[in-house]
Ligand binder design. Structure first.
Ligand code: SAH
Ligand code: SF4
Length: 367
């Protein structure tokens, strides 16, 4: 018999499922809490459900997340899980602990079709979209592991996930329906209860999908900008040929009418000698003058086979100063989890033996 994986349902989906099996819709809320807040996988343990219902659920349904293949902690406390999603495919999820928050970087696809030239995931090509269970399963696993494992490595701060960024492998807006259902669960008070400001979708600029997200589930938006003109952006972010900068900026303006923050975050990867000069910064300022935004500069992270070099720290500092002097709030992303290849753009996800074992700690007891 085919069983239903309840991790694939948001609140509405669970209510429908309850109706289908002859149960009251409010059971969905109880189920959400058991599944997502308690992390329980065995219906028998759901003590406030009638015995008959527990038996029915055991026969009809499962709660199945991706399998953990490896779990590594970097010297700075960054933690990376490699998860199997079947057929030899792996995805990566990264937890970044900071003084006042814990951010989980979540993947949305196996590989990515958009082929940005500086991105390891893009080099891999596209394999498939992740299901809702595989997307929300990353948060489910991270919460469960972090709560169950208070002792471990490198940091003594509160490590429960407080923020989610859809900045792992894949283009979230190219897997729109599943990503939005997973976002619904992140925001649902009976599941993870995160505010819309604490959940960020990062996109390379799929204009129609930015508009759909605005209508359906306006969370914080980050846009991968990376170049101050169409000629260069066409080369770095090929989707720009379809949705050029002018259209992208217009979509950002529209998004702001519904956004939980009053600015868009523009991500800008700093590539040595490619997009990192003062002239580039000035060109950028002219373009975004009318768009309320912040900049996040990301020093390029290299990966095997990459064609680019990271900008020098002087170039990054000067670029930042030019933007700041023009009145734009600008941050430089700290490179975290370097020693476990967990930094932006390094996620590859193949299920393979990782080398460099001496530089990280493998967490042995995965519960
Ligand atoms: N597909 C989405 C989200 C995933 S990538 C997007 O492109 O926005 C998250 C961020 O990491 C993006 O801004 C992306 O451009 C950036 N990135 C990709 N490869 C990188 C690399 N090698 N070094 C630094 N940043 C990188
Ligand atoms: Fe895909 Fe984002 Fe990588 Fe571009 S940067 S290839 S959109 S994951």
């Amino acid at each position: 018999m085919v069983t239903t994986n309840l991790l694939n349902y948001d609140g509405k989906g669970l209510a429908n499922f309850c109706a289908e099996i002859g149960e009251k819709p409010f059971r969905a809320k109880q189920l959400l809490r058991w599944i997502h807040q308690s992390g329980i996988t065995d219906f028998v343990d759901m003590s406030d459900l009638a015995k008959g219902l527990r038996e029915k659920l055991s026969a009809l349904a499962v709660i199945e997340s991706p399998q953990i293949i490896s779990d590594y902690v970097a010297a700075d406390g960054t933690r990376k899980w490699l998860l199997s999603v079947g057929a030899g495919n792996g995805i990566e999820t990264v937890f970044i602990p900071e003084a006042n928050r814990g951010t989980l970087c979540v993947s949305s696809q196996v590989g990515c079709a958009l082929a940005c030239t500086f991105c390891s995931t893009g080099k891999q090509g596209f394999n498939r979209n992740l299901t809702v269970a595989e997307i929300i399963g990353q948060l489910w696993i991270a919460n469960k592991t972090l709560k169950a494992d208070p002792k471990d490595v490198a940091t003594d701060i509160n490590r429960v996930v407080s923020n989610v960024v859809m900045m792992g492998m894949g283009e979230p807006l190219a897997n729109f329906d599943n990503v939005v259902m997973a976002l619904d669960l992140m925001l649902d008070d009976h599941a993870y209860g995160l505010s819309r400001r604490r959940v960020t979708v990062s996109t390379s600029g799929l204009v129609p999908a930015i508009d759909r997200l605005r209508e359906r589930c306006p969370v914080a938006l980050a846009v991968s900008y990376h170049a101050p003109n169409d000629t260069l952006r066409d080369q770095l972010v090929p989707i720009n040929k379809k949705y050029p900068i002018k259209e992208l900026l217009a979509a950002c303006q529209r998004y702001l009418s519904a956004a939980p923050r009053d600015f868009i975050t523009f991500e800008y990867v700093m590539l040595d000698g490619v997009n990192d000069s003062v002239a580039h910064a000035r060109e950028l300022i002219k373009l975004v003058q009318d768009t309320p935004c912040k900049f996040n500069l990301i020093p390029f992270n290299s990966f095997p086979g990459s064609d680019f070099k990271r900008s020098t720290s002087d170039a990054v500092r000067i670029f930042r100063d030019v933007l700041m002097q023009a009145g734009f709030v600008t941050t430089v992303r700290k490179t975290r989890g370097d020693d476990i290849a967990a930094a932006c753009g390094q996620l590859a996800g193949q299920v393979r033996d990782k080398t460099r074992r001496s530089t990280y700690v493998k967490v042995e007891a995965v519960k």
